[in-house]
Design a protein around this ligand. Sequence first.
Ligand SMILES: [Mg+2]
Length: 368
Amino acid sequence: MKITEITIRHLKMKLNAPFTTSFGTFTDKDFLLLEAKDEDGTIGWGESVAFHSPWYNEETLQTNWHMLEDFLIPIILNKDLKHPDEVSELFAPIRKNNMAKSTIEGAVWDIYAQQTNQTLASALGGHKNKIEVGISIGIQKSIDDLVLLVDEYVKEGYKRIKVKIKPGWDVDVMRTLREKFLDVAIMADANSAYRLEDAETLKQLDAFDLTMIEQPLASDDIIDHAQLQKMLKTPICLDESIHSVEDARKAVELGSTKIINIKIGRVGGLTEAKKIHDYCEANGIPVWCGGMLESGIGRAHNVALTTLSNFILPGDTAGSSRYWEKDIIEPEVIVENGFIKVPQTAGIGYAVDREAVKSFTAAKKHYK
Ligand SMILES: [Mg+2]
């Protein structure tokens, strides 16, 4: 492989429903889409999962663009590559900026899979032909609103319901859900809203047989999580705290986590995601694939990764229509009875709708 041209686009896509973060409420999602061209003409696609503002981690759309333009693209352009695993080695001297790194790496994996005439899933070593998916639901105006939503998704066949919690929207919410949905796999994601002093509140959640509680404590912590796990029956799952297979090893050895949520962007790409998967599999830690409101491109990468054998728990990869009026891939990702069929054409397996991409493009720059 030799990447000779790269195009970065800033896309602005209309969300089906407004999305609220600590920086405010958004009706569009802004993100970077990367198109890479090999010298033989093969085109690969990657998506940056960095948000417009730094509420999930320190990266943003603008910091990603800066890292790509000034550091990462110059490293990759016109370099001879035998395998996509070499990309993370080439990027190793640059600290963090994992989402920016992952954006190029994903496109290189797509090209590699096409050139070796296999699906991205099989290039990664995955064998499933369908994957089980769950849904993630934000904080609602009232518990009644939440119950109505959950009921809808359970009827659509989603295999796991994940609910965001925070202090004051936790024990009563989870109790009500458990009472109404006795047989449904339910989990809570706290996005670091608690401190170790809140352990008494979190212990009350043990009564509701939750599949896990995700990232209850600080986003950079693995010490307090180990203390908390000793006090809880419910398994803790780490998300924000894990950026590499080394982080995963330390957290598992300390007993800070019993499950890991793997997000490709957060860990710097598919190669590192696979390493975390393999480490967890060898150590009896189930994993699942988290979502970052991806467009079809990022969603396709998530689908492929989820075909690996230790993705035992349903992930956050919902269908395209959950977030978008119109997605940028064809066909769109469809969920049927809680499953997504893994596409069988080479590469990411979905065609890019160039007209849609064009209509959502707010800015664009070409590098060669
Ligand atoms: Mg999370």
